[in-house]
Write a protein that binds this ligand. Structure first.
Ligand code: CMC
Length: 426
């Protein structure tokens, strides 16, 4: 099937093309529907709308499949590193050993922060959420790198994407420490991406910190598993802002803020807060499940449900295994509570009927907590992980000759025309 016939209001038949993706999913190409019929489509929340054709990430929510550039995430998480995946998402291919080394050096070599950005972070009230601090600083970063091009900066200087990948972990660590002990630990070029970040987060001023290997491995895996997820809300925000040809730093700042909400990346912080609340209330998971089912109670099981996955989120499966590897032997009340909550929810008709399973955020916060991150930093870690996806999706949109400024319509349901009423007559 490559065309579908639609019978419009006036009974005229309109043919619309059917676009078929690599894996057989099909979409109606309705870009010219309004011109032909006067009709637009109305799809609140975009549940039935593909906004872009993309060659970056394939997701099949029914079968729980996630692949970056064709590679299954379980293979990548087993064999690859986060930076290798950043390269893959950006360039479309896995790097050669030599290219990977160059890329890693490029990221290390661009990590240090300009003094002005550090001062700016310090000036933001300590109580500000680190996601908002991060978004504020990223929004003005462009002024420190005028003319940094999309793919290569002036005179071969670093591109915007390199600047962001290299500096966001430093900004993230400093956004936390500037609000706590005020100790700035400079990035180290002898450490890998995850171990460097852990060092900047946790090392005391006089050094002597070495991140445990298990923590480095878990953090690498978590960053990698967050690296891209198609047209999710924050990526859509990046594409939306970028479609106006605003600079990349502005688009990424918008992505960070979009991610911060509790229904999106902010859920990982809320999951651990929910598990702590369950423990504080005596560990009665059932009463929380009942609350989530009660339509008069706005409470939801945080870390459960997904717009796309109506089956187990493959990322949650892999993260759960990492959480078990890291914590099961030691016995961890948060993990035990989470496992019990999951078992009980997945046996409940309410969740079965709606296809509600644990999502990527359900077990990630437990690992972050075990590593020692304060809960306010959990969503920042999501942002660090998602950055390469935002960058690759932005690049794909900018390079797409068919990409236009994004401008949805609405169906007006307000008053019909009426005449102005002078103030003294109201
Ligand atoms: N707890 C209880 N009920 C739920 C939940 C939940 N976590 N998630 C969905 N439902 C119910 C919802 O009440 C609705 O029931 P009904 O049909 O009776 O009205 C039905 O399932 C469909 O929910 P929806 O809100 O229409 O689904 P959505 O696709 O618009 O929302 C979601 C997806 C992720 C926002 C939602 O599942 C949710 O709020 N989950 C909790 C927050 C969360 O964990 N967010 C992280 C998402 S994954 C990481 C990311 O992408 O950021």
């Amino acid at each position: 099937m490559d065309r579908v016939t639609i019978r419009a209001q006036d009974e005229d038949l309109v043919e619309v093309p059917v676009i078929t993706g690599t894996e057989g999913e099909q979409a109606l190409g309705i870009a010219h529907l309004r011109k032909a019929t006067g009709l637009v489509t109305l799809d609140p929340g975009y549940g039935n709308t593909a906004e872009a054709s993309s060659a970056i990430t394939f997701i099949n929510g029914e079968d729980g499949i996630l692949r970056y550039r064709g590679y299954p995430v379980d293979q990548l998480v087993e064999h690859s590193s986060f930076l290798e995946v950043c390269f893959l998402l950006d360039q479309g291919e896995l790097p050669s050993p030599c290219r990977l080394t160059e890329f890693e050096q490029e990221i290390r070599g661009n990590a240090s922060l300009p003094e002005g950005l550090m001062t700016l972070l310090e000036a933001i009230p300590a109580s500000t959420h680190p996601m908002q601090k991060l978004a504020a600083v990223v929004a003005v970063m462009g002024s420190y790198y005028p003319g940094a091009g999309g793919s290569a900066g002036p005179e071969g200087g670093p591109a915007e994407s390199t600047i962001l990948l290299a500096k966001l972990p430093v900004l993230a660590a400093w956004s936390y420490r500037s609000g706590t002990d005020g100790v700035y630990i400079a990035p180290r070029s002898d450490l890998g991406y995850a171990s460097n970040f852990l060092n900047m987060m946790f090392a005391p001023q006089d050094g002597g910190f070495e991140a445990p290997e298990a923590h480095i491995r878990a953090l690498e895996a978590l960053l990698l598993l967050h690296a891209d997820h198609g047209q999710n809300l924050s990526t859509s925000a990046v594409r939306l802002v970028g479609s106006s040809r605003a600079e990349l730093f502005s688009a990424i700042s918008a992505g960070i803020l979009a991610l911060s909400g509790p229904l999106h990346g902010g859920a990982n912080q809320r999951v651990v807060e929910m598990l702590e609340e369950i423990l504080a209330a005596g560990g009665d998971t059932r009463s929380f499940i009942e609350r989530a089912k009660d339509r008069s109670d706005p409470f939801r099981l945080m870390g459960f449900g997904h717009r796309v996955y109506k089956n187990y989120d493959p990322r949650a499966e892999l993260i759960k295994q990492h959480a078990k590897d890291l914590l099961r032997e030691r016995g961890n009340p948060l993990l035990e509570t989470a496992l019990r909550l999951e078992t009980e929810a997945l046996e409940d008709e309410f969740f079965i009927q709606r296809g509600i399973y644990p999502n990527v955020d359900f077990y990630s916060g437990i690992i972050y907590r075990a590593i020692g991150f304060p809960s306010k930093m959990f969503t920042v870690l999501f942002a660090l992980g998602r950055l390469p996806g935002w960058l690759a999706q932005w690049r794909e949109m900018i390079d797409d000759p068919y990409s236009r400024i994004k401008r949805p319509r609405s169906i007006y349901l307000g008053f019909p025309r009426r005449d102005f009423v002078p103030i003294e007559e109201r």
